[in-house]
Design a binder for this molecule. Structure first.
Ligand code: NAD
Ligand code: ZN
Ligand code: ZN
Length: 382
C-alpha cells in the first residue's frame, strides 16, 4: 500500500508522490504515523540545491512527531500507540560520541561521513535516511531518540522540541554567555529567534538581532524581546555593531544563518550562484569581525562540507573562540521539556502557517521566499 510523501525532484522542484510504506528493517527500528512535521531552514539549503549529494526521490523532513505504529523486536522504550517526538539527530546511543552527549556526531548512524551523524530527510552526506514530511517514517535506533510526548504538552510545542528550540538553546549555550554580556544574533529565522530568546536564560544583558526581513525583525523584537536591525539599511553592519558597543564589539556572536546568507555580493556570486564555495558565509564573516577580542562566536548555521572564505586571520589575531555543532537534541530534551512545561519557553508561538501535506510545494515556496509573514510552517498529513 502506498503512502503520500514529499518528493525531491531537483533544486526548487518538489512534489507529493506515492511511495512505499516504510518497513522495519532492523530490530531497533520503529515505524511512525506522522501527526505533523515542519519545514526548516536546513531544508532550504537542500531545496536551493546547495548541499552535495541531495538525491532525486528523497523525502525531506527532520522535524516531526507521530504515533508509533510498529516496533522491532528489540525496541523497549516505546510501543504502538505512543505519541512521540523524534530528535532530528539519528544516534545509536552507544558509540564514543553518543556517550559524550554528542548525538549530532554519532559515529554509527552515518557511515558515509566522519563529521556529522545521520539526519532524517537530508542529503546522502547525512546518511541518506528518508524524512518525516510524509504519512509514515522509519525511525532507526528507536530506544534512543524518540521521546514520549508528556500528556500535558501541546503537540506544536512537542514538534518544535525536535530541532528548533534545542538548536537555538544550544547556540546560546555554546556562546558561553556571562551575566550582562552583549549577544548579537545573526538571523531572525526560527533558530535565530530561539537563540535570542534563550540568550536571556544564560544571563545576557543585551540581545541584538540582525536580519533583512522586516516582519521577522518585528516578531523577534516582541518575542525575545530584543533590539533588532535590518542590515540592508546599515552601510556596514560590523562598524555599526562596534559603534553600539563602545567600540569593543559584542561579547558573543551567534551565526543562525548558514550557507544561504545574503548581504555580500561577492559571497552571493561565488557561494550561491557559481557554487565555488560552500554557500555564502556572510553572517559568519560579520560574526568574526564584530565580536570583541577574546570573544566567542557560536555557529549553528549550516554550511556544506567544502570550503568557505572565512576571515581566519581575524580569528587568530583577535583570539576568538569558535564553537559550533549540530544541536545535540537528546542531550537537551529533559531540560527543555521542563522549561516548556514550566512556561519559561513557548516555542509553538513561532508557528505561522499550516498546510496539508499535499500542498508541500507551495509551503516550500512561501517559506523560502519569506512570503505572507511566514516564520515556521507546519505540514499536516492526511
Ligand atoms: N546546527 C543545527 O543543529 C541546526 C538545526 C536547525 C537549523 N540549523 C541551521 O540554522 C540556520 C537557520 O535556520 P532557520 O530555520 O532559522 O532558517 P531561515 O532560513 O528561516 O532563517 C534564516 C534567516 O537569516 C536571514 N539572513 C540572511 N542573510 C543574513 C545575514 N547576512 N545576516 C543576518 N541574517 C541573515 C534570513 O533573512 C532568514 O530570516 C540554517 O542554516 C539552518 O540550516 C542548524
Ligand atoms: Zn530543522
Ligand atoms: Zn552513536
Amino acid at each position: 500500500m502506498p503512502m503520500k510523501a514529499m518528493d525531491y525532484r531537483g533544486p526548487r522542484r518538489i512534489r507529493v508522490a506515492d511511495k512505499p510504506l516504510p518497513e522495519i528493517r532492523h530490530p531497533e527500528d520503529a515505524i511512525l504515523r506522522v501527526l505533523r512535521s515542519c519545514i526548516c531552514g536546513s531544508d532550504l539549503h537542500l531545496y536551493h540545491g546547495m548541499v552535495p549529494d541531495t538525491r532525486v526521490g528523497t523525502t525531506f523532513g527532520h522535524e516531526f512527531i507521530g504515533v508509533v505504529e510498529d516496533v522491532g523486536a528489540a525496541v523497549t522504550k516505546i510501543k504502538p500507540g505512543d505519541r512521540v517526538l523524534v530528535p532530528f539527530n539519528i544516534a545509536c546511543g552507544r558509540c564514543t560520541f553518543c556517550k559524550q552527549g554528542l548525538f549530532g556526531n554519532c559515529h554509527e548512524s552515518n557511515p558515509m561521513a566522519t563529521a556529522v551523524s545521520g539526519f532524517y530527510g537530508y542529503a546522502h552526506i547525512a546518511g541518506g535516511y528518508h524524512g518525516g514530511q510524509a504519512e509514515y517514517v522509519r525511525v532507526p535506533y528507536a530506544n534512543v531518540g524518540p521521546t514520549i510526548i508528556p500528556q500535558d504538552m501541546d503537540l506544536d510545542d512537542a514538534l518544535l522540541l525536535t530541532d528548533v528550540l534545542p538548536t537555538g538553546y544550544q547556540a546560546a549555550e555554546m556562546g558561553g554567555i556571562q551575566r550582562g554580556d552583549t549577544v548579537v544574533v545573526f538571523g531572525a529565522g526560527p533558530v535565530g529567534i530561539m537563540a535570542a530568546k534563550c540568550a536571556w536564560l544564560f544571563g545576557a544583558g543585551r540581545v541584538i538581532v540582525f536580519d533583512h526581513v522586516e516582519y521577522r525583525l518585528d516578531f523577534v523584537r516582541r518575542y525575545a524581546p530584543c533590539e533588532a536591525y535590518n542590515f540592508k539599511s546599515i552601510p556596514d553592519p560590523v562598524l555599526f555593531i562596534k559603534q553600539i558597543t563602545d567600540w569593543l564589539g559584542a561579547d558573543v556572536c551567534i551565526d543562525a544563518v548558514g550557507a544561504d546568507a545574503s548581504g555580500n555580493a561577492f559571497h552571493t556570486v561565488t557561494g550561491k550562484r557559481l557554487l565555488l564555495q560552500a554557500g555564502a558565509a556572510t553572517a559568519l564573516q560579520w560574526a568574526i569581525n564584530s565580536v570583541k577580542k577574546g570573544g566567542i562566536v557560536s555557529i549553528v548555521g549550516v554550511y556544506g562540507p567544502t570550503g568557505n572564505l572565512v576571515p581566519i586571520g581575524n580569528v587568530v589575531n583577535k583570539g576568538i573562540t569558535i564553537r559550533a555543532n549540530q544541536a545535540s537534541v537528546p542531550r537537551l530534551l529533559p531540560r527543555l521539556i521542563k522549561h516548556v512545561q514550566d512556561g519559561i519557553l513557548s516555542p509553538k508561538d513561532i508557528i505561522t502557517h499550516r498546510f496539508p501535506l499535499e500542498e508541500v510545494a507551495n509551503a516550500y515556496r512561501i517559506f523560502s521566499s519569506k512570503l505572507d509573514g511566514c516564520i515556521k510552517p507546519v505540514l499536516i498529513p492526511g
